[in-house]
Design a protein around this ligand. Structure first.
Ligand code: MN
Length: 738
């Protein structure tokens, strides 16, 4: 294991101004924090953060990054806390370590390859400070290097994730060596036979060819310098994974593979690039169709270079890139444009806008670098601005859902599945109940609570930000409203035909429908329900010979005295029937809610509060107390900006409790003698109390009743609602939630 002074020494080699005391303190702190913890290899756990720090010294990173690397597993795996780290090491380092702790949670998420791109973006968005990602990559590299100690069943997953996410990320950040090592380590784990076969073929080839790379380097430089071109030639064998990818992509065998060797010729000027190209093409035959001029036509990411392939000194095909030192800097430096261009090859089309923003960001980054900021300044001020217009959230099972900024759980629900959206009644964000209109944040875990009885409120159409959610809400509300009106209209129609002494039948409707210029009988019913078609017109459309009676002949025995307004009944009052007295039983004297400390008064929201079985939220009103709302209550939207007022509360009711809870329902019933009494009887038969009733006659055909009832719990309420719906006189029943 590396000693304290060795680490300091490594840093001092590239950073003479390093804060030794700080490094020492971090070394000791992390060593003590991890104490006697062991890695699977049997090494002390502390050897891991130490190796991670060592990898980062190879990248010549600043003190804060090295310290963050030493501390990167302390919050998650030891007693260390962020406040303590902040006290000992300052705010900046504490923030870095916290960022790493956040990212670590992502490791637990199951990932599919198709989600990799999203996850990579999520990493970028969460890690606002680029140093967090650098430590994360070093952490992953060390874990990959020691993969043999990971339990066998986990190795493939770790390797696949590395290949899908971390290796491309390293590539984008310009760390090509790290990218290649991550790729090869993953490749070896995932396809051991392929890996071994490529490695042995390459080594066979090396033995057969001798020191070919050095030879070609020498010959190329000699030829160029003989022609007066000052050039640096760098050659190397390609790595196993990149050879494999090429074989895969081109569906060719190893024998046909020309690109085992790659060479780079670095010259002083653009003019020299073309001169060097000429010299090389004269000396060695080129492979036709392989020449590309990215100098006169740069790639959109500013990558510039000449590419060619030739038959080299030993009749071996060699790939050649010719560029100036400036171009090389852009391609090699820090966060490399070169890597991005490679990544981009597979991602044309819809990805383009994000990609071009990535270019813009990269160019800005490169500008900063070339303006001579010190590496420390550069790293500190580089915020990853990519993808900031998106939020990334998870389902409880770990599926990643990408949404636009300001998206709500409603959008989330529809993104998961239209049915989930249509039946959503509430949600939990990171385990706590929250309104469906909350704004989602990066990394939120969202659980949607659904109910089959739900149809989406029309207001969601304006709340949702995604087109998918809006369109689905519009469709669902339209369909639901239409179905409701059609059901109501049908009942009205049946009665209108009966009143007119005419037969109501499919035949009659088939005759009436075209005369009313509607496409189907259902459309006619919906129009009747909405009041767009008068019942008299409907009957006459089916039976043209029929004439409606004069208005005063219409019986309205059970109509409310005031046809337009509401009139109210209280328990015990008489209309033409009596509201049943209800079952006497203990009423509620204290609201049985758990999760509230102290003696604050607790009350239910007015107009249909919550009943046991509802998911509930307590809203604290200073000076007044706590109001309990069911989670589906629209009123909760008013408190959305005040999360501090939300209390996590639960019912404290057992099954045998005889307390009754107020709920409110709206029943739309056909105007028929005794229909009101029937409704009241159903409620009474189920042992519920009617506490009040308000009714309004909406037309000659139906009446709306708002009924305050008292029930034991949600199941009790649902039973009553279902039973009411089953009655012929009832056209719809809805619960009101304040
Ligand atoms: Mn670690």
């Amino acid at each position: 294991m590396m000693r304290q002074y060795e680490l300091v020494e490594r840093v001092r080699r590239y950073n003479p101004k390093t804060d030794e005391a700080l490094l020492d303190r971090a070394y000791v702190y992390a060593m003590k924090a991890h104490g006697s913890q062991l890695r699977a290899s049997g090494d002390p756990y502390f050897s891991h953060p130490l190796e991670v720090a060592a990898i980062l010294t190879d990248l010549k990173l600043d003190d804060a990054t090295i310290v963050a690397a030493l501390l990167h597993d302390t919050i998650e795996d030891t007693d260390a806390t962020k406040p303590e780290i902040e006290r000992l090491f300052g705010h900046q380092i504490a923030t870095l370590v916290e960022g790493l702790t956040k990212i670590k949670k992502l490791d637990l998420v199951s990932k599919q390859a198709k989600q990799a791109e999203n996850l990579r973006k999520l990493l970028l968005a969460i890690a606002d400070d680029v140093r967090v990602l650098l430590v994360k990559l070093a952490d992953r590299l060390h874990n990959m290097r020691t993969l043999k100690w990971v339990p066998p069943e986990k190795r493939d997953r770790v390797a696949q994730e590395t290949l899908d996410i971390y290796a491309p990320l390293a590539g984008r950040m310009g760390m090509q060596d790290m990218r290649e090592e991550l790729e090869d380590l993953s490749f070896r784990q995932l396809s051991p036979e392929a890996y071994e076969s490529i490695v042995s073929r390459v080594s066979e080839l090396r033995q057969r060819n001798g020191p070919l790379v050095e030879e070609i380097e020498r010959e190329l430089s000699a030829e160029l310098s003989r022609r007066g071109i000052n050039a640096e030639v760098k050659g190397r064998e390609k790595r196993p994974y990149s050879i494999w990818r090429k074989m895969e992509r081109k569906a060719i065998g190893f024998e046909q593979l020309s690109d085992i060797y790659g060479f780079r010729v670095i010259v002083d000027s653009v003019e020299d690039c073309y001169r060097a190209l000429g010299v090389i093409h004269i000396k060695w035959p080129l492979v036709p169709g392989r020449f590309k001029d990215y100098i006169s036509t740069p790639k959109p990411n500013d990558y510039r270079s000449l590419h060619t392939t030739l038959i080299g000194p030993r009749r071996q095909r060699v790939e050649l890139q010719i560029r100036t030192r400036d171009m090389e800097e852009i391609a090699e430096y820090g966060i490399a444009a070169h890597a991005l261009y490679k990544d981009d090859k597979g991602a044309q089309g819809p990805m383009l806008s994000n990609e071009s923003r990535a270019y813009a960001w990269l160019r800005k980054t490169i500008e900063n670098l070339s303006q001579g900021l010190s590496p420390e300044e550069f790293l500190e001020h580089t915020k990853l601005e990519l993808f900031h217009d998106q939020v990334f959230c998870f389902t409880p099972k770990g599926r990643l859902i990408a949404l636009p900024r300001k998206a709500t759980p409603i959008d989330f629900a529809y993104a998961v599945h239209t049915d989930i959206g249509n039946t959503a009644i509430g949600c939990k964000i990171n385990g706590s109940v929250a309104p469906l209109v909350s704004e989602l944040k990066n990394g939120d875990e969202v659980e949607i609570i659904t109910s089959k009885a739900q149809t989406p409120p029309g207001a969601w159409e304006t709340i949702a930000v995604t087109g998918k959610a809006r369109a689905a809400v519009r469709r669902a509300t339209r369909a639901a409203v239409r179905a409701q009106y059609a059901g109501l209209g049908r009942k009205i129609a049946e009665r209108a035909f009966a009143r007119a002494g005419k037969t109501f039948s499919d035949d009659a409707m088939a005759k009436a429908t075209p005369r009313l210029a509607r496409p189907s009988a259902d459309d006619v019913f919906a129009a009747v329900g909405r009041g767009e078609i008068k019942t008299e017109d409907l009957v006459r459309a089916a039976y043209p010979e029929w004439t409606p009676p004069r208005p005063d002949e219409q019986a309205a025995t059970e109509r409310a005295p005031n046809g337009e307004g509401w009139f109210e009944l209280k328990r015990g009052q008489n209309l033409k029937f009596k509201i049943p007295e209800g079952i006497p039983g203990p009423r509620l004297d204290a609201i049985p809610i758990r999760g509230i400390k102290g003696d604050l008064p607790v009350r239910f929201a007015p107009h249909g509060g919550a009943v046991p079985g509802d998911r509930i939220v307590g809203i604290l009103t200073p000076g007044e107390g706590i109001t309990i709302y069911p989670i589906q209550s629209k009123a909760l939207q008013n408190f959305e900006d005040a999360p501090e007022r939300w209390l996590d509360v639960r019912w404290d009711v057992d099954e045998l409790s005889e307390g009754r809870f107020p709920a409110q329902i709206v029943v739309t019933a056909v105007n028929a003698p005794g229909s009101l009494a029937q409704v009241a009887t159903v409620i009474g038969d189920h042992g519920a109390n009617i506490d009040g009733l308000k009714m309004r006659s909406r037309s000659a055909d139906f009446t709306e009743m708002v009924i305050d009832i008292e029930v034991f719990d949600l199941r009790h309420l649902n039973t009553i609602v279902s039973d009411l719906k089953a009655r012929a006189v009832v056209s719809s029943v809805e619960r009101i939630n304040g």
